[in-house]
Design a protein around this ligand. Structure first.
Ligand code: NAP
Length: 428
């Protein structure tokens, strides 16, 4: 305990400080109770900006791992060695490990998970499958009481971006890959992504979690997206399908059928509408039925979110924290906003008498309360004595809208309470 009786922060060692590592450091700035004690990189002389404390940076991975003030090791170097040895040493030293390294786990996961088990520590890897999407947590925790029947994933953002460009804009494969590279969505050598191997590694981890399939059984049916041409998209769409880069695993009577490759998905299916660099996992389980998780499957901050989530889970375990309540000190910092003061667009349906002048009175009443009209449609009365007028407003405060509707609903030309619905765009 320190002098002011706050608990001693949990010490972290970061192995790697590239894209993901930098994102992790950025998120940790706002997390109390966790402290990075040391950072391993391959080039200590590289300029890493103000975000990285240069006093923490070193090259000797093993001495960083063995520090007494480090209890969680975060491996975000990538590659097989020295990551494999570093993780094994950390686990054997009784440290929890968080990694984002799907290639390593797909190849050597069996050995490393056994090592974690033997030492009674965690080896966590949420970021290794679908970056920021909490699919590992869903399989490991939320669905653990159910029986997973299968999953269909779009788990390689590069391939999904390339196929979306080809299908929506008629781009060729080479042009779409070049654009993905220019936007930072594809590596200089895109082979692991576009040939399906990255998705296969992630599928392996999903099957390990979902079905308990040994990591030693490698997915064999892997196809990439290089052979597709704009013609394939045109014809698939004419047949009612969209071409998507899938990773699929289903329980069958004779075992788990697993494959990776582009496939035709019915246009109306949720997965058909996952475009660009977005990832998605469509899980099927006996009790729950279908569950779709979708979001950003790569990139600095989405991946770092998953890594830091795992770090916090390890820290809680290490401190013996029980339960799921929010962390101390975070509960009272938010307040409910006053909805009346929020500016929104509203849809209004007025039921009014079908008489000349009503439209003008309606518009002027709205205007007098500061509610301006973006679109207005009057329904044909069709022989009835009343008519319905539908309005879309410009941005307006709910207080102004309610005052206007009180006035209008009390008037002699209104026949029923006006219906109002806010416009809510989840992406804005
Ligand atoms: N980027 C993503 O969107 C993403 C998404 C999901 C998962 N991942 C996984 O996250 C891991 C890291 O990816 P990244 O994109 O952050 O990689 P990156 O930008 O290339 O960073 C790698 C870091 O590791 C350090 N490093 C490499 N070899 C080392 C060695 N032998 N000893 C010490 N340090 C070494 C590098 O040091 P220097 O800085 O000195 O070069 C660098 O700081 C990979 O396993 C990747 O598959 C990444």
């Amino acid at each position: 305990m320190t002098n002011d009786s706050k608990p001693t922060p949990t010490g972290l060692a970061l192995l790697g400080c590239g894209t993901v590592g930098t994102g992790v450091l950025r998120l940790l700035q706002h997390k109390d109770g966790l402290k990075v004690r040391a950072i391993a990189v391959s080039d200590v002389h590289k300029d890493r900006g103000a975000e990285v404390d240069s006093d923490l940076v070193g090259e000797d991975i093993d001495s960083i791992i063995q520090r007494d003030d480090v209890s969680i090791v975060v491996e975000v170097m990538g590659g097989i060695e020295p990551a494999r040895t570093a993780i094994r040493n950390a686990l054997n030293s009784g440290k929890h490990v968080v990694t984002a390294n799907k290639a390593l786990l797909a190849q050597h996961g069996a050995e490393l998970f056994a090592c974690a088990h033997k030492n009674g520590v965690e080896l966590m890897f949420e970021a290794a499958v679908a970056g920021g999407i909490p699919v590992v947590r869903a399989l490991r925790e939320s669905l653990t009481g159910d029986r997973v029947e299968g999953f269909h994933g779009i788990i390689n953002g590069t391939s999904n971006f390339v196929l979306t460009q080809m299908s929506e804009f008629g781009a060729t494969f080479d042009d779409a890959v070049a654009e993905a590279q220019a936007l930072g969505y594809a590596e200089a050598d895109p082979a692991a992504d576009v040939d399906g191997h990255d998705a296969a590694q992630k599928l392996q981890l999903l099957m390990y979690l979902g079905f308990g399939l040994s990591l030693e059984q490698q997915v064999r049916d892997i196809r990439g997206i290089r052979a597709l041409t704009p013609l394939d998209f045109r014809h698939s769409e004419a047949f009612g399908y969209r071409v998507k880069p899938l990773a699929v695993a289903r329980r069958n009577a004779d075992g788990v059928a697993a494959w990776v490759g582009p496939a035709l998905v019915p246009m109306g299916h949720m997965l058909a509408n996952i475009g660009g660099v977005y990832n998605a996992c469509f899980l099927h389980s006996e009790g729950l039925g279908a569950l779709l998780l979708s979001g950003r499957g790569a990139g600095m901050m989405p991946t770092a979110v998953s890594v830091v989530g795992d770090i916090i889970e390890c820290a809680r375990k290490q401190r013996g924290t029980k339960g799921r309540a929010p962390m101390e000190g975070t509960v009272r910092s938010e307040v409910l906003a006053n909805m009346d003061e929020r500016q929104r667009i509203f849809y209004l349906r007025f039921t009014v008498v079908d008489e000349p002048g009503v439209l003008g009175r309606l518009a002027s009443s709205l205007g007098s309360f500061g509610v301006s009209i973006e679109r207005l449609v009057q329904e044909e009365p069709g022989g009835k004595e009343h008519t319905e007028i539908v309005v879309l407003t410009h941005l307006t405060k709910q207080t102004a809208l309610k005052a206007a509707l009180n006035d209008i609903d009390a008037s002699d030309f209104t026949l029923a309470e006006t219906l109002w619905l806010p416009v809510e765009d989840p992406d804005s």
